[in-house]
Design a binder for this molecule. Structure first.
Ligand code: URA
Length: 250
């Protein structure tokens, strides 16, 4: 009776980490995104251009964040950042206002060489208290989902677009996302996963640089710098919205 937004075929694909087949699906999606008539593609392109500009970042009052990929100045496996280096660079971060209200930074957890990375939105109260992502109710559902895929939580890597809890769990704000994004990109580059699963609207929109609703993006593969990215509903949304669970299974 598990709530999930993938059909059985996709779950099977992830279970087997069938890269070739997934990449074929991604190639189709890439062509689709590039099409002039495609709204998601146009939005992605337009917003990418805006969010990436130094002026837009200065207007948001944040230090100009380097959103290039590969993250950081260097390329190639030998010069890939390690997760430890990324954590070190993040330090006791005060780059956005969330440092004033957080208990601790919630960096990420799991296998540093995971084939599959889940990216959520931001720590909640439980995560802020424990220093680990997805340990509350939504996290328990995510763990069940991972296990339903025949994997263990320790096999994958789990992180968020924000490393600090927004007060009262309000949605992430643009300046916070931008301040945190270089670290998310470096985490993904350090891990080098075969797949990324974006959980919910903010994670999907941040990674794809799109304003498109999650309901339109979910369940399709997108290309994230050569890595297949699958957006899906956030487990917290599935807990709140039983109707979505039914929809999700289709
Ligand atoms: N929701 C998220 O998006 N991330 C967490 O870590 C916990 C709940």
């Amino acid at each position: 009776n598990l709530a999930w937004s993938w059909n059985h075929e996709t779950i099977e694909l992830f279970r087997q980490l069938d890269v070739d087949r997934a990449l074929r699906r991604v190639a189709v999606q890439r062509v689709h995104l590039a099409g002039r008539g495609d709204r998601a593609g146009r939005l992605r392109h337009r917003q990418g251009a805006v969010a990436g500009s130094g002026q837009a970042q200065r207007d948001l009052g944040v230090e100009v964040a380097d959103l290039r990929w590969p993250a950081g100045a260097t390329t190639g496996p030998a010069s890939r950042p390690t997760l430890d280096r990324v954590r070190e660079e993040l330090g006791d971060c005060t780059r956005c206002k969330l440092h004033r209200t957080r208990t601790q930074i919630v960096f990420g957890v799991g296998n540093p060489k995971a084939d599959l990375v889940f990216v959520g939105e931001a720590p909640g109260a439980d995560e802020d208290a424990q220093g680990e992502p997805f340990v509350g109710r939504a996290g328990q559902l995510l763990t069940k989902i991972i296990e339903a895929m025949g994997m263990r939580r320790e096999d994958v890597y789990i992180c968020n677009i924000l490393k600090c809890r927004p007060p009262n769990n309000r949605p992430p704000e643009a300046d916070e996302i931008l301040a945190c994004q270089p670290f998310l990109l470096k985490q993904l580059q350090a891990i080098g996963p075969k797949f990324i699963c974006a959980l919910g609207g903010p994670a999907t929109q941040t990674l794809l640089q799109s304003k498109e609703a999650i309901s339109r993006l979910r369940g399709k593969f997108f290309d994230f710098h050569g890595i297949p990215l699958l957006p899906t509903f956030h487990p917290a949304y599935l807990l709140r919205t039983p109707a979505a669970k039914r929809l999700a299974w289709r």
